[in-house]
Design a binder for this molecule. Structure first.
Ligand SMILES: Nc1ncnc2c1ncn2[C@@H]1O[C@H](COP(=O)(O)OS(=O)(=O)O)[C@@H](OP(=O)(O)O)[C@H]1O
Length: 394
């Protein structure tokens, strides 16, 4: 969720992202990529490119971080528990079939009967024999996913990677812009000054609108109600009668981590939910990966340290393009929700993570301000809310 989840998934799985289109093609299968210098997500030095080329010539089980962990063979984001909740029970066999080594005519994965350890050449006596994984970001804010996962896979293990939410929101809207969702930017050259200016207008306009929508719903939540009820009330308001949350609130809404985790923690014990700070993970990936193997009950000595943990989906931003004070405006919006998150984590046995986040997020925020905000006030470029409204028709 713009927190490095792709990098984590693909590091564990020994794969690289495929486009959703490629994944849907009949008979699609993963082929080892050949890396070159323009492979942007590798952030690549010649050494890392050479390393990747050698790494991807290894057999599959040697590429994965641990022989006991394997990802969905279709894509990292399966979207099974969030999109059509009413069909989850009837489509369960199709879901399980998205994981390597599951033979749906012989296996009953939900009941723990699986032939895949044998199929994959693993000992079925190692416990657990195989951890299957997927990383669908939208499960986190989904109204239905937590309850359905609890019902169908009660022993599941969950990992949440949390990035400073204002920085995450900017990463999210930047991705949407680069995807081509905003007509006003489509025809502009990304390196032109005009692009930076319009990028700024779009980002400020969209995120302010989203903050207003979220605030309007938060104001309707009964703060005296039990937590699960509050979360449901917030959802009802955000969904506004639609089956899915509008993409145009998600940049902001996803960063309300307390709200989302309150729901997940109302279904799952903290022992089933591992929470990491993106920054801490980035600084000590190997330590985190070993923690993950142990937490999953896997033999950590079988995990492979394979050089640097590479960033994926790193996106460019126009330099110094946000008006002064805008990142702070986002940070102020998130401040009470962050505080609610820290208290929740402290109460539910995650005090060390809460302390890590309290220390890391101001640093992440400062780095974002330094990277994205204009350092000198430029009166004519800065948008006041009134000017912004005029720009809505841009
Ligand atoms: N290892 C690691 N550590 C810290 N940060 C990382 C890491 N890998 C990726 N990134 C940054 O995360 C952003 C992409 O997140 P995701 O991969 O979760 O999202 S997505 O798959 O692109 O939707 C994207 O952020 P932005 O560049 O700010 O957009 C990546 O640069």
């Amino acid at each position: 969720m713009k927190c490095g989840t792709s990098a984590l998934f693909h590091y564990l799985n020994g794969t690289v992202p495929r486009s959703p289109k490629a994944a849907k093609e009949p008979g699609a299968s993963w082929t080892p990529p050949k890396f070159s210098n323009d492979q942007q997500f590798l952030n690549g030095t010649p050494a890392s490119i050479e390393y990747c080329n050698r790494f991807f010539s290894l057999p599959d089980e040697q590429r994965r971080f641990h022989p006991g962990i394997i990802g969905s063979i279709v894509t990292k984001e399966v979207h099974f528990f969030d999109q059509e909740p009413q069909q989850v029970h009837s489509k369960l066999p199709q879901y399980f079939a998205k994981f390597a080594g599951v033979n749906m005519s012989a296996d009953d994965p939900a009941a723990g009967q699986c032939s895949y350890p044998r199929q994959l050449g693993l000992s079925s006596s190692s416990a657990p024999a195989m951890v299957r994984m997927e990383a669908t970001v939208m499960y986190m804010p989904s109204r239905t996913a937590a309850g359905l996962v609890k019902e169908i896979l009660p022993n599941t293990r969950l990992v949440a990677l949390l990035r400073e939410p204002a920085t995450r929101a900017l990463s999210s809207i930047n991705m949407v812009i680069q995807r081509g969702d905003f007509a006003e930017l489509k025809t502009l050259n990304r390196s032109s000054p005009e692009y930076s200016k319009v990028w700024q207008w779009v980002v400020v306009r969209e995120l302010r609108q989203e903050m207003a929508a979220v605030n309007a719903c938060l104001a309707r939540v009964d703060s005296a109600a039990p937590v699960r009820r509050q979360v449901d009330q917030m959802d009802e308001c955000m969904l506004a009668g639609q089956p899915k949350l509008s993409e145009r609130v998600l940049d902001i809404h996803l960063g309300l981590y307390a709200l989302h985790l309150e729901r997940w923690l109302s279904y799952f014990a903290p022992e089933q939910l591992l929470i990491w700070s993106t920054k801490a993970f980035k600084e000590a990936p190997w330590h985190h990966m070993q923690q993950l193997a142990e937490w999953l009950g896997l033999d950590p000595s079988k995990s492979k340290r394979r050089g640097d943990f590479l960033k994926m989906h790193k996106r460019s931003y126009p330099d110094a393009s946000l008006p002064q004070g805008f990142v702070q405006e986002l940070a102020e919006f998130y401040a009470p929700h962050n505080e609610r998150l820290f208290v929740l984590l402290e109460q539910r046995g995650y005090a060390a993570v809460a302390a890590q986040l309290r220390a890391a997020w101001p640093q992440e925020l400062a780095a974002t301000i330094e990277k994205l905000e204009q350092q000198q006030p430029q009166q004519q470029e800065q948008m006041q809310p009134q000017q912004q409204q005029q720009q809505e028709t841009y």
